[in-house]
Design a protein around this ligand. Structure first.
Ligand SMILES: *Cc1c(COP(=O)(O)O)cnc(C)c1O
Length: 344
């Protein structure tokens, strides 16, 4: 069992912070005449939402087997990424390691928070350059955080050396599992009990089909969650969002049906894409998208846009690659027929 000194990792001002105490912190009962929060007594969305998202956390506890005090709910994962910087990284002094090609928000959010970004690119087979990362973390005490994404966006593969990283780095490892529901057997979630420096992020935006609701989840040791709770805006997750997530969890069979449909369609797409001459390589994917190397990414991207089919041009990250999200059967067939026309 690894131990870390959380008080040394956290920013001193956050450690000392006395958090805002909302009306719903001071009285949290459900029944009564509520004249404490300056709410409007009329309407249906007139009351402030539960700032601790108790019902949603209880539902997640049942499904994920993680106690409520180890669950943090954010207004999307993007809020969680920002909060992690604000809790742990001193602006103008501390550093984060990110491993491109990967999700762009880790770097943007660091820039917003004036946190120094150290880029250690993935290897040619899109795995962590573990030696270089560990060398950096042992020689540069400014490194407080590492963000890794597995399955990784935009490459689609899982990273092998997350365990080595968590065991050997004494700062915080944030493992973004936004796509793990498409490969649920490989989650690192149970490892938060063993590694107090591990934050596992998941989201309702992908497999749970709730991108517009904005609900992200972080699982970590209770000390980290308590720090994030201190810093978050009191009512960061609206009642509408909480209810949408709860409803999705209560209809779990729908999630698994959606996931298996998407996985079947992904295999169909791979099979058909492989037949096209303009497709040079399809990278293996454990997610709901495919990174595809094509003959000319800019040209193919523009052609598809003209046909009102929008893929993501990732040429700036991985040469001549486009990222294709797996759509409905109909959408995938439209894409394939346009690509076929282009091959003629
Ligand atoms: C889509 C995605 C997310 C989800 O972000 P939300 O703010 O929860 O919608 C997080 N991380 C990665 C890598 C993603 O691709």
């Amino acid at each position: 069992m690894k131990t870390i000194d959380l008080e040394k990792l956290v920013r001193p001002n956050i450690l000392a912070l006395k958090p805002y105490s909302s009306a719903r912190d001071e009285f949290s009962g459900a029944e009564g005449v509520f004249l404490d929060a300056n709410e409007n007594p009329y309407g249906t969305l007139n009351r402030y939402p539960d700032p601790h998202q108790k019902d949603l956390k209880a539902a997640l506890t049942e499904i994920k087997h993680v106690p409520a005090e180890q669950i943090f709910i954010g207004n999307g994962s993007d809020e969680i990424i920002d909060l992690i910087y604000r809790v742990f990284a001193e602006p103008g002094r501390d550093s984060v390691i990110v491993c491109p090609p990967t999700y762009g928000m880790y770097e943007v959010s660091a820039n917003i928070n004036n946190v120094n970004v150290i880029k250690i690119p993935l290897t040619d087979d899109f795995q962590l350059n573990i030696n270089e990362i560990l060398h950096k973390t042992t020689t540069d005490p400014s490194v407080k955080l590492i963000f890794v994404c597995s399955p990784n966006n935009p490459t689609g593969n899982r990273l092998k050396d997350v365990k080595v990283l968590v065991e050997n780095f004494n700062g915080i490892v944030v493992l973004d599992e936004a796509y793990i529901d498409f490969r649920a057997d490989r989650t690192y979630l149970p490892k938060i009990q063993k590694y107090p420096n591990l934050i596992v992020m998941q989201t309702f935006s992908k497999a749970w089909a709730l991108a517009s609701a904005r609900v992200g989840v972080a699982y970590a040791n209770a000390g980290i969650v308590a720090l994030m709770d201190k810093v978050k805006p009191p009512y960061n997750v609206s009642k509408l969002n909480q209810e949408a997530a709860l409803k999705a969890l209560s209809l779990r069979h729908e999630e698994s049906t959606r996931v298996s449909k998407i996985l079947n369609e992904r295999e169909f797409l791979i099979e058909k894409l492989e037949e096209l001459p303009l497709v040079k390589k399809i990278y293996p994917s454990d997610a709901n998208f495919l990174l595809v190397e094509v003959s000319d990414a800019d040209h193919i991207y523009n052609h598809l846009v003209n046909k009102k089919i929008i893929v993501r041009n990732r040429h700036s990250q991985v040469e001549n690659c486009i990222r294709i999200t797996v759509g409905t059967s109909n959408e995938n067939r439209l894409l394939l027929s346009e690509l076929k026309n282009l091959s003629l």
